[in-house]
Design a binder for this molecule. Structure first.
Ligand code: ASP
Ligand code: MG
Length: 404
């Protein structure tokens, strides 16, 4: 919601659903740019403001939105009522700026809905045990919306955003990338690098845990497009059991450009060695992704893992500090690597996905540095300079540009 003009459009869209007989709870985010503006003000005063105060501040963005939307609905003759999270109440823990929702009281909202009102609740925030406002982290209104949908036992959670759905890959890399009509929760989580640009990933976890069908759709369409058209637009994030159509082998190609690889060479092959290497890395708050340990030769082995590129220098420092203690011969790294993954629940029922992937990469002359797999994903680590080539080649070989 960028302006009162846009808020009027949201109101008309909400009224359209309500007129069709649906009970509606709306969970708006702040007006665009507002959360950044507010946090910027705090940073003008202090480098590291107190998180509790930041939440007090940032939560106001959504409070403005709910009130304006309610007023816009009144202006077109609709009954509506707005609430801040604490009024509902949406209970959270006390991890300010990254709180988690613990419970939502549905009583008040249900009463309003039954009285024919449209209920509007602030996204992004709740209240902790001691009465402080706590926010859910950037993009958290997605998670608020899913959580409210779960609490209200909604038929579906519709998330209106500035993209029109989830794509087979990033359209900026592959122009033939296609919008997916459906994607499963698991695929969405595995495609976090694509999906997180669309939704806060925690909202997808939430939807998955509580089996809440969640649709990502465009907020930029004409608010008065026919309801049936709107209801079938975007991408539905659903459950595998629900998608009874013929599965394609692969659903999407995800990638992460900014990876780095670290190898600890010549470490003694004995119990505890992985812990001695990765323990200090974890203590430095670095998230490790792919890990391999080689076959040992003469009681020595090599141990390789990847970290986000931004954490590469820090990780190398940490390891140099423990090198003697581990008894490693040397530590080498490569900060110009990227990860490319093919993702799809169809992998469970199709064979030969890995070999098709590896053949395609070899035909392009791309060397694979590391491989990791899960039940519905195969990832490879390659030179950064081949990343886009790899994504395009894989998108093509798995026919992702074609409608299934
Ligand atoms: N307004 C918050 C943010 O900008 C929450 C959200 O938009 O989802 O991060
Ligand atoms: Mg958002």
């Amino acid at each position: 919601m960028g302006s009162t003009e846009r808020i009027k459009n949201v109101a008309r869209r909400v009224a359209k659903w309500h007129d069709a007989g649906y009970q509606i709870v709306v969970v708006p985010s702040a007006m665009s740019g507002e959360t950044n503006r507010l946090l910027g003000l705090a940073n003008e005063l202090m480098a590291q403001p107190d998180p509790r105060e930041l939440d007090m501040l940032a939560s106001t963005g959504e409070q403005v939105s709910v009130a304006l939307l309610s007023i816009a609905l009144h202006a077109i003759g609709k009954q509506a009522v707005s609430y801040a999270g604490w009024q509902v109440a949406i209970k959270t823990d006390s991890a300010y700026t990254k709180a988690r929702i613990q419970s939502i009281d549905d009583a008040k909202v249900r009463r309003d809905l039954d009285a024919g009102k449209i209920v509007i609740i602030t996204g992004f925030q709740g209240v902790d045990d001691v009465g402080n406002i706590a926010t859910l982290g950037r993009g958290g209104s997605d998670t608020s919306a899913v959580a409210v949908a779960v609490a209200m036992k909604a038929q579906e959670c519709l998330i209106y955003t500035d993209v029109d759905g989830v794509y087979t890959t990033d359209p900026r890399v592959v122009s033939e990338a296609r919008r997916l009509k459906t994607v499963t929760f698991e695929e969405m989580l595995e495609m976090a690098s694509l999906g997180s640009k669309v939704l806060q990933i925690r909202s997808v976890e939430f939807a998955g845990n509580y089996k809440m069908p969640t649709r990502v759709l465009s907020s930029l369409t004409d608010p008065m497009i026919p309801l049936e058209v709107e209801a079938a637009s975007g991408t539905l994030i659903s459950f595998e059991e629900d998608t009874n159509m013929e599965q394609a082998a692969i659903t999407g190609i995800a990638f992460n450009r900014d990876e780095a690889k670290i190898t600890v060479l010549g470490v003694p092959d004995r119990p505890g060695i992985a812990y001695q290497i990765l323990g200090p890395i974890a203590d430095a708050n670095v998230e490790v992704d792919m890990i391999i340990q080689n076959q040992s030769v003469d009681g020595k082995t090599d141990f390789t893992f990847t970290v986000p590129r931004g954490e590469f220098a820090k990780s190398m420092d940490v390891l140099r500090g423990v090198k003697e203690h581990i008894g490693a011969a040397s530590i080498v790294g490569d900060a110009k690597v990227s990860k490319v993954s093919v993702v799809g629940v169809g992998m469970r029922s199709h064979v030969g996905i890995a070999s098709t992937m590896f053949r395609t990469l070899s035909e392009e002359g791309i060397n694979i540095k590391m491989i990791s797999t899960s039940e519905i994903k195969i990832s490879v680590l390659i030179d950064e300079k081949y990343m886009e080539l790899a994504v395009r080649a894989l998108h093509k070989v798995f026919d992702l540009e074609k409608e299934v």
